[in-house]
Design a protein around this ligand. Structure first.
Ligand SMILES: [Zn+2]
Length: 132
């Protein structure tokens, strides 16, 4: 006896072929060129106000001061240079108003009437100003 085992060559339950993924054609949105561009662009300043005080100017006095130079980072004794300040001009102007012309010139020669600009003697960097 030969019992032929019937092996179905074509099973009814076939493996379903996976459907190919639908091709997504990139749908390019139409360019709307009729975008109303404001002809009067109002200036909107949204820039944050940055108050940056990175350089801390050392407190300098009327005399040469020992400071750490911000440029060469050395401990230096500042070189002091006097500069005619606003007060100098005011004093001079006041003297002129009172007819004291010789007196008007004096404040420009008196150090105490002028601002003291401190400079680094090494690199010449500006340190600070002593304002009277
Ligand atoms: Zn320096």
């Amino acid at each position: 006896m030969h019992h032929g085992t019937k092996v179905p060559e074509h099973p009814s339950e076939g493996y379903p072929h996976p459907h190919p993924p639908p091709q997504y054609t990139p749908n390019v949105p139409p360019q709307y060129t009729s975008n109303p561009i404001p002809l009067h662009p109002s200036v909107i300043t949204q820039q944050p106000v940055q108050v940056v005080h990175i350089q801390t100017i050392p407190a300098v006095g009327p005399q040469p001061t020992m400071v750490v130079c911000m440029n060469c980072h050395k401990n230096v004794m500042t070189r002091l240079e006097y500069e005619a300040s606003t007060r100098t001009h005011i004093i001079a102007l006041t003297c002129c108003l009172f007819g004291l012309i010789p007196c008007a010139i004096l404040p420009y020669f008196i150090d105490s009437c002028q601002n003291g600009n401190h400079y680094c003697p090494g690199c010449g960097a500006y340190i600070g100003t002593y304002t009277r």
